[in-house]
Design a protein around this ligand. Structure first.
Ligand SMILES: [Zn+2]
Length: 151
């Protein structure tokens, strides 16, 4: 499926995969495909956030189930507590935005994702980005990391 997609016209100049591959098996398989169609991976961007920042992000996150707006109790609170700025709906905390769920996701990361990063690390492809910075700073860092590839 990926192989076919990468050969479509919009991938002529390159491609960007988001959140894939997630396991070592997928990464190894994908490398074979990418090399076969002569579109090898040129860079891997690892967005990295410390555990404390992650805890803050997750426990402070609130969403509006009605319109999908996302808030954060510290960095982006609604103007009126508990009420969505966009639609006036009631904002809630998602059931899986808890420290327990974060722990589950961290274990999943150690087991599945970390070996993927190590796989690309051995090939010298990984660009580590400090994703605890603001959105625009992170964007600039990613652009810089990928700019070297595009040249
Ligand atoms: Zn809303």
């Amino acid at each position: 499926m990926v192989e076919k997609r990468l050969q479509e016209k919009d991938c002529e100049k390159g491609y960007l995969l988001d959140g894939f591959p997630r396991t070592l098996v997928q990464a190894e398989e994908f490398s074979k495909i990418a090399n076969r169609i002569n579109k090898p991976i040129q860079a891997v961007v690892a967005l990295e956030v410390g555990i404390e920042a992650l805890e803050q992000r997750i426990t402070g996150r609130r969403i509006c189930p009605k319109c999908g707006a996302i808030f954060h109790m510290q960095s982006h609170p609604p103007k009126v507590e508990g009420i969505c700025d966009e639609c006036g709906g009631e904002i809630i905390q998602r059931k899986d935005d808890t420290l327990e769920q974060l722990q589950v996701r961290m274990e999943e990361y150690e087991k599945s994702t970390k070996p993927v990063i190590e796989f690309y690390e051995k090939q010298g492809l990984v660009r580590h980005i400090d994703a605890s910075k603001t959105q625009s700073e992170v964007f600039a860092l990613v652009k810089e990391a990928l700019g070297k590839v595009a040249e």
